[in-house]
Design a protein around this ligand. Structure first.
Ligand code: ADP
Ligand code: ZN
Length: 434
């Protein structure tokens, strides 16, 4: 189902005309109203009039996470505070919080974008949607909530945590759609198992997961354990929150809602724009946001874009599954790896649970010669004789070496010993934090 075919499936030439029109208006607006943008544009020697085509986008300066910090809290705002109806803030995975103000119009647009997002994932007004993303400052909870209500689904705003009650709700209220981080989906399955509940026997049929990197292998695992279809959804606080992009039922990349978000991929080292298909850092310009528009925001997320038409009928470009944030990249003896790549190698191996920690020495930043990976094993493997554990360890070491080309020390740990999170899972830790 497509909620808004006129926009979601518009011919790309028309989309590009719309994008250019919106881009020009937005650049003019921030130049006028936000001293920060006036300064960065002037530094690059550009004025809004220089934007005559979408190709001129590359003339514009980038905006980074650092600029958000330097202008904390309201320095990037383009409207007076009276027009702001809500303020969110990032979960702060990587440092000082980022403030995200919304006007009334922004809140409405976001709800519409989320209704579109949920529909693309396969939700309808007949669904009972249990929203286990965190409510509060984090954009996840309220973002999904308003979208699902607008769509007309029945929303159960459980927020994160109280996992036993989540299971009871699924059973008693007939939840059909669960929205939560992928790692929390695994936690739900484990809690259900402990309660003697098989989630595959419940009404649950669809999961919409995002906010953290997860591998294709993790998707299979979640689908299998919960007996659902699991769909990938992407977003970030600086841009709007969840709903920047989402998969359709074909699961072949996440459609970016390009009538609102203008996407480019750049070489993170040189800043140079890369052609479709090449992997690089995703850069987003918001085309409709009022309270805090962003121009060429560097997400630090590494992806590639595919503009081919999709079987679902949408014309909007698709972004690949994220390998990870550039900040999370580890350099192990010169080899670049992301935690999610390590995850997919681990989960290929039988007897391994989807809980792991990558232990590094901050001393060497994320460049390291030695990598240690803690992996939880299943109850069956753990209760078996020593030999099985040894074999598993050997197998993991050799898989890591042959697939990723990295030598890693593997430490197998007892079931349920790696801390569970309700929101975003923390996969990389410094040894000093242990
Ligand atoms: P914080 O930066 O504090 O984590 P956000 O909630 O704004 O706060 O996080 C947004 C980031 O989360 C994205 O830039 C991306 O790195 C990650 N993320 C969001 N959705 C996904 C997804 N589906 N797959 C992988 N990473 C994701
Ligand atoms: Zn599609």
């Amino acid at each position: 189902m497509i909620r808004d075919p006129e926009n979601e499936s518009m011919p790309r030439e028309r989309l590009e005309r719309l994008q250019l029109e919106r881009l020009r208006a937005k650049v003019g607006e921030v130049y006028e109203r936000v001293p920060f943008y006036r300064r960065t544009l002037k530094e690059k020697g550009v004025t809004p009039d220089d934007i005559q085509s979408l190709a001129d986008l590359r003339k514009l300066p980038f905006t980074s996470k650092l600029d958000f910090r330097d202008n904390y809290p309201f320095g990037l705002m383009a409207v007076p505070m009276e027009q702001v109806v809500r303020i969110h803030s990032s979960s702060g995975t990587t440092g000082k919080p980022i403030i995200a103000p919304y006007t009334r119009h922004d809140v409405d647009t976001w709800a519409e974008i989320m209704a579109r997002t949920l529909t693309s994932a396969g939700t309808t007004e007949n669904d009972v949607l249990q929203n286990a993303y965190g409510y509060g400052l984090f954009t996840g909870g309220l973002g999904f909530h308003h979208g699902a209500e607008l769509l007309g689904a029945t929303v159960i705003p459980t927020s994160t945590g109280n996992t036993k009650r989540q299971i009871l709700m699924i059973q008693d209220l007939g939840t059909t759609v669960i929205t939560c981080t992928p790692s929390y989906a695994i936690t739900l399955h484990e809690a259900a198992r402990e309660m003697g509940v098989d989630l595959r026997d419940t009404t649950l049929r669809l999961g919409i997961h995002g906010a953290e990197p997860w591998s294709e292998k993790m998707r299979e695992d979640i689908e299998d354990r919960l007996g659902i279809i699991a769909i990938n959804v992407y977003g970030l606080t600086e841009v709007i929150g969840p709903g920047v992009s989402v998969e359709c039922p074909y699961k072949c990349g996440m459609h970016i809602w390009e009538d609102h978000f203008l996407a480019e991929v750049i070489n993170p080292e040189t800043g140079e724009q890369l052609p479709y298909g090449e992997e690089g850092e995703l850069v987003i310009t918001t085309l409709t946001k009022e309270a805090q528009p962003v121009i060429r925001f560097r997400t630090r997320d590494i992806i590639s874009l595919n503009p081919e038409p999709c079987d679902c009928g949408r014309t909007m470009v698709r972004m690949s599954r994220l390998t990870g944030r550039s900040d999370d990249m580890l350099i192990v003896r010169g080899v670049n790896v992301f935690p999610s790549q390590i995850e997919s190698v681990l989960l290929e191996v039988e007897g391994v649970e989807p809980h792991y920690l990558i232990v590094v020495d901050r001393q060497h930043a994320f460049k390291t010669d030695e990598l240690e990976i803690w992996v939880e094993v299943s109850d069956e493997v753990f209760s078996d004789e020593m030999g099985k554990m040894e074999n598993l360890e050997k197998r993991l070491r050799s898989e890591m070496d042959s697939v990723l080309g990295i030598a890693a020390r593997i430490k197998l740990v007892e079931p349920r010993t790696i801390a569970r999170t309700e929101g975003k899972a923390k996969r990389v830790v410094d040894r000093s934090e242990l």
